[in-house]
Ligand binder design. Structure first.
Ligand code: ACM
Length: 490
């Protein structure tokens, strides 16, 4: 049975300046010429608790299109699904929607498996213009992701304006050079940089929230902090005047453990909390070489005074300074799985990146977990074993099928422990990803596979069926001008 309506995609009102027009994701669908019967009805039903906070019912009948949800996020996802029932041309930048389109009668009741459906983007290694951040949010919302983990600070660049510490962006946002290949080391030979002003960040946060995307800002500590130390040398252990880093890899320069440094970082986080209203604040915690703390008289004294047995416990102490501080302000700390080493404060959550092990240990210890294992979710890895045909990447091999096969709940967990797995997310580290188009190439179609992993129940997943649907979906992405990697021919 077919139902024919003339519909158009409405543009978002009050768009932030600098947004590419027209936007590719509508907030609503409006009827421009009422069909003889019915219309599109978006209905919040406060009694429909069975739909959950993000679920929806989409009912296309001969008389009307109904999207019903318990909460507005569900309506948004219902609209995204309805869009998938429309011709792929409706995804284009100038939708040809003056023609009537047919929508098949269908009834879909749908809700996500996981509450954390994330995509991460590293803007520290390569700054990405704010116009692309809007587009990135559009693209993830279209795929029903609801978390944008924004990796804002790195050794190679500090990207968020902090008003009380202007040198973080005056100095820390700019580097003299960029490594192009690690081995042999080659360099671009020109400066790189950029940062987001607080006004821009407010626009981005609002734009994301209109698409039911919560931004999780990451401020890296105590490692991956050379750009901050370059800006304020008193934050470091050696007193050396350092440049913003130009090489990739794990770097020995880390924050010192002085009270003034903890206060400095609380000052940074105070402004971060003002900008980002979401529940979780990411404090990094990964890849912290302990050498400078071992050699620092002051760090060793701190350990003796606190009765800590090693530098892992010192790292744990460092992170704990922020856990209770965030909790007092109604927020939660999340960090990479190294924050488990040396003990972790009870309310903190863990992002498991070194495979599943950190996530398993954290869940067993009663911590909430987001699965982000490099084995299945690192979209900076190669998409082919034939590297000669791919753009230079950091290494690894993560094909589409392996992403699709990812199961975020490790079998080692009991049902109670499994309930600690909030969800999963994909990572886009940008050492060798220099442009927005290259981000899209690494992201898609792997993010499409991950979108299904975090939304769909495992018993409903089927890779060959996914591939059939993906071919249609890639037509939509082509209409949107997304630079996805074409599927392998076979
Ligand atoms: C990481 O990849 N260092 C979290």
């Amino acid at each position: 049975m077919m139902w024919v309506a003339v519909i158009t995609v409405s543009l978002v009102e009050g768009a932030p300046q600098g947004m590419p027009e027209p936007h590719i994701i509508p907030l609503s669908l409006t009827i421009v010429k009422r069909p003889s019967r019915g219309g599109i009805r978006l209905q919040i039903d406060r009694k429909a608790t069975d739909l959950g906070s993000e679920g929806y019912l989409l009912d296309v009948s001969e008389s009307e299109i109904l999207i019903r949800a318990h909460r507005s996020a569900g309506l948004f996802y219902g609209v995204q699904t309805l869009r998938q029932l429309l011709p792929t041309a409706s995804f284009g930048s100038s939708p040809r929607t003056s023609e009537p389109v047919s929508v098949q009668c269908i009834r879909i009741e749908d809700a996500p498996r996981f509450q954390w459906r994330g995509m991460h983007l590293d803007v520290g290694r390569h700054f990405m213009p704010k116009e692309f951040i809007f587009r990135f949010i559009d693209l993830i919302a279209l795929h029903k992701f609801n978390r944008f983990h924004w990796h804002l600070t790195e050794d190679q660049g500090w990207r968020i304006e902090i008003r009380r510490y202007p040198r973080l962006t005056k100095i820390g946002a700019w580097r003299n050079d960029t490594m192009l290949t690690y081995d042999p080391p080659t360099f671009e030979g020109r400066p790189h940089g950029g940062y987001y002003t607080q006004d821009e960040i407010r626009d981005i946060v609002r734009y994301a929230s209109e698409r039911f995307v919560t931004i999780v800002p990451e401020i890296e500590m105590p490692g991956h902090s050379q750009a901050a130390i370059a800006s304020y040398p008193e934050l470091g252990n050696t007193g050396d005047i350092l440049p913003v880093a130009t090489r990739w890899g794990v770097i020995e320069n880390v924050f010192n453990v002085e009270d003034e440094t903890i206060e400095f970082l609380k000052g940074v986080l105070t402004e971060v909390l003002e900008l980002f209203p979401g529940d979780f604040i990411h404090v990094g915690g990964d890849e912290v070489p302990k050498k400078q703390w071992q050699q620092s008289e002051s760090a060793q004294k701190r350990m003796r005074d606190l009765g800590l047995k090693d530098e892992h416990e010192l790292q744990s102490w460092f992170i704990r300074q922020f856990d209770s501080w965030l909790a007092e302000r109604g927020r939660r700390l999340i960090g990479w799985d190294e924050i488990l080493e040396g003990g972790l404060a009870p309310g903190a959550a863990v992002m498991s990146w070194r495979g599943n092990q950190g996530g398993i240990a954290a869940a067993k210890a009663g911590h909430d977990v987001v699965m982000a294992p490099n084995t299945h979710t690192y979209f900076d890895y190669y998409q082919s074993q034939d590297r000669s045909k791919e753009p230079h990447a950091i290494g690894g091999f993560l094909p589409l099928e392996k992403v699709y096969s990812f199961e975020p709940v490790p079998p080692e967990l009991s049902p109670a422990e499994a309930a600690r797995i909030l969800g999963a997310q994909g990572q886009i580290w940008t050492e060798y990803i220099r442009t927005p188009r290259h981000v899209e190439y690494m992201m898609f179609p792997r993010a499409c596979a991950l979108a299904e992993v975090v939304w769909t129940k495992p018993e409903r997943k089927n890779f060959s069926e996914f591939l059939v649907r993906l071919r249609t979906h890639l037509d939509r992405m082509r209409e949107m001008g997304v630079n996805f990697r074409p599927l392998d021919a076979n």
